[in-house]
Design a protein around this ligand. Structure first.
Ligand code: HEM
Ligand SMILES: [Cu+2]
Length: 619
């Protein structure tokens, strides 16, 4: 929290400063910053967990972690990175920029938006607390039954099941909010096809969340019931079916990987045109392939289950759907390359991260296609080859894409640029460290090293590449320190950005940096896609861009703009849920906390319902 309060004092948009201002804020920009700062904190936690894993595996017969601690470490590392880093980082950008890209003053439901954040925050806290009270979840991030339904360890996988349940609730609420925002809050003239590609990808992600989370919610309830009330949903001995859990999980889990990657694809689709000085090549194809990925993403889940004995027909069918989903992904890559082609490219840091994204994501995508071939996957399954694959897409893809967004939009959020030199150092150390860490895992996996094992003996040929991977992971840590330093130094020494530091194409660059709390003094009217660009440039006969004499900037009085008032009820509601969750872990004694927590939740919701949306403007 201290970070957040600190930022409040320097943030020009703060209507009310201090911690209270952040807790009660309903401004989508402040909520976006809260998501972003939380994601970075969790990234550091998940990163330390990764370093512990890699330190343990640096040499054969490592003894840094016990087997028990190792299980907690890889489970929490993955759970943290997926649910507490990449998803909230995407939520940070969507919160902050979706309204700005659409020319809106806020999201459709500002207080619901605050509730989403607070539920997420308390859900993350809940999961992380588990380390200190009886041990963290240790059944893997996909919680396979019957491992996850065993109750010998008492609470650990309860933390996991309940934590994911509540985080899912936060995501469903924001999905509804973002979908409604896109449908109802677009500026005049902003047709759906004129929406910037990042807005489009956020829109698709919201649908993916809305349709996939209910599936895992059912499964998580069943895990919780199996563990605590003796039901037998996933117990083969009791007539239940552990493979059912795998279906439920992956029917959520595969769409989830697109939830993780599509926002990064959206960011890259914003950055490439700006730094190539050209519109996005085949823009509508990029949008439609994103939609296609959204639909097809629900039809490939069993490729995670090729070794579970599905039978040849199902295996062939899922092999084919998996190969097909590579097509819309390939379309996007061609369009990005087409955007670069013949452009006047500026190699600024956001551009470097975007190019890094494309290169690393292609490697990860290709190893993904090798998983679609069933006999090959039977060999690769549960080896380090898989670990290599998903880090190329999740880290080389999602994290690089998100950092492109960080460097690109930082000046809009803070009013100051990050330093280019440090940014480039960050990029290169991260790129080299990343490849040193994860490229060797392809080799290790194909040589037969199983994932999720805390030790390997000498003499199997695993020593060299494991050591290289560990060195690489420390280089990644160095790159993150460089980023943190860049952040720190930019607070006072960063170059002042002005409205439009990159010669941008979309509406957020028409307003001051940081934007005023009402975003747009006058709601813009949109006449084309990339509308800000067309305000600044006209085409001459040869098709070259010619600057228009005076590019319009908006400044106007703010008297008549009514923004939603702050409210502490969303945070209170989230807090009540947190108390109730803690109670559920420690049944039956915990029922006291469950009752107390639900009462606080009701208090929050009731107060919220009775509260007027906007108070009389007097500030
Ligand atoms: C900081 C750099 C990172 C390093 C050094 C690292 C290292 C590792 C290692 C060695 C494992 C395998 C553990 C095992 O199988 O025993 C692992 C698992 C995993 N990591 Fe990472 N990782 C990093 C970043 C990330 C990021 C950014 C994400 C996601 C966005 C991620 C997602 C996962 C997932 C989903 C697993 C699977 C865990 C499991 O088997 O249940 N990692 N990581
Ligand atoms: Cu999948």
């Amino acid at each position: 929290m201290s970070e957040e309060t600190q930022m409040a004092s320097t943030d020009h948009t703060a209507h009310r400063g201090g911690a209270w201002g952040w807790i009660t804020s309903t401004d989508h920009k402040k909520i976006g910053i809260l998501y972003g700062v939380s994601a970075i904190m969790f990234f550091l936690i998940g990163g330390v967990e990764a370093l512990l894993i890699r330190t343990q595996l640096a040499l054969p017969n490592g003894d840094v972690l016990s087997a028990d601690a190792y299980n907690q470490m890889f489970t929490m590392h993955a759970t943290t990175m997926v649910f507490l880093v990449v998803m909230p980082a995407a939520a940070a950008f969507t919160n902050y920029f979706l309204p700005l890209l659409l020319g809106a003053r806020d999201v459709a439901f500002p207080r619901l938006n605050a509730l989403s954040y607070w539920i997420f925050f308390f859900g993350g806290l809940f999961l992380t607390i588990s380390f200190f009270v009886g041990g963290a979840p240790d059944g893997g991030w996909f919680g396979y039954a019957p491992l996850s339904t065993q109750v010998s360890e008492v609470v650990r996988m309860d933390y996991w099941a309940l934590g994911l349940l509540i985080l899912g609730l936060a995501s469903v609420l924001s999905a509804i909010n973002f979908i409604t925002t896109v449908f109802t809050m677009r500026a005049p003239g902003m047709t759906l096809m004129r929406m910037p590609v990042f807005a489009w990808m956020a829109f698709v992600v919201a649908f993916l969340l809305l349709f996939s989370l209910p599936i895992i919610t059912v499964g998580l309830f069943q895990v919780f019931l199996d563990r605590n009330l003796g039901t037998l949903f996933f117990s083969a001995a009791g007539g239940g079916d552990p493979v059912l859990w795998q279906h439920l999980f992956w029917l959520f889990g595969h769409p989830e990987v697109y939830v993780l990657i599509l926002p990064a694809m959206g960011i890259v689709s914003e950055v490439l045109p700006v730094f190539s000085g050209k519109p996005l090549f085949g823009r509508s194809f990029v949008i439609f392939s994103g939609i296609a990925i959204g639909f097809m993403g629900f039809g490939v889940w069993a490729h995670h289950m090729f070794t579970s004995g599905l039978g040849p027909v199902a295996e062939a069918a899922f092999a084919l759907t998996t190969m097909f989903i590579g097509v819309p992904t390939g379309v996007k890559i061609f369009n990005w390359l087409g955007t670069l082609w013949g452009g006047s490219i500026r190699f600024k840091t956001p551009m470097l991260f975007s190019l890094g994204f494309i290169a690393m994501f292609v490697i990860g995508g290709l190893s993904g296609v090798t998983h679609s071939i069933v006999p090959a996957d039977t060999q690769q399954h549960d080896t380090y080859y898989v670990v290599a694959h998903f880090h190329y897409v999740l880290f080389g893809g999602a994290i690089f894409g998100l950092f492109a967004g960080v460097y690109y939009w930082w000046p809009k959020i803070t009013g100051r640029l990050l330093h280019e030199g440090w940014g480039k150092l960050h990029f290169w150390t991260m790129l080299i460290g990343f490849n040193l860490t994860f490229a060797p895992m392809h080799v290790l996996g194909l040589a037969g090293m199983p994932r999720r094992t805390y030790r390997y003996p000498e003499g199997l040929g695993f020593e060299f590449w494991n050591f290289v991977a560990t060195v690489g992971s420390y280089l990644i840590a160095v790159s993150i320190l460089v980023f943190l330093w860049n952040w720190w130094r930019s607070r006072h020494h960063g170059e002042v950005a002005g409205n439009d530091p990159w010669n941008g194409r979309t509406l957020e660059w028409t307003i001051p940096s940081p934007p005023p709390h009402y975003n747009f003094a006058t709601v813009p009217t949109v006449h084309s896609e990339d509308s800000f660009w067309h305000d600044k440039y006209r085409e001459d006969e040869a098709g070259n861009a010619v600057p228009v004499a005076a590019a319009p900037t908006t400044t106007a009085a703010e008297e008549d703009i009514h923004m939603p008032s702050p409210s502490y009820y969303p945070a209170l509601t989230g807090f009540g849920m947190f108390i109730a969750l803690m109670g559920f872990v420690y049944l039956p004694v915990g029922l006291v906390a469950v009752a107390a927590g639900l009462m606080v939740t009701m208090w929050g919701l009731f107060g919220w319902a009775m509260e007027p949306l906007t108070r009389e403007p007097h500030e």
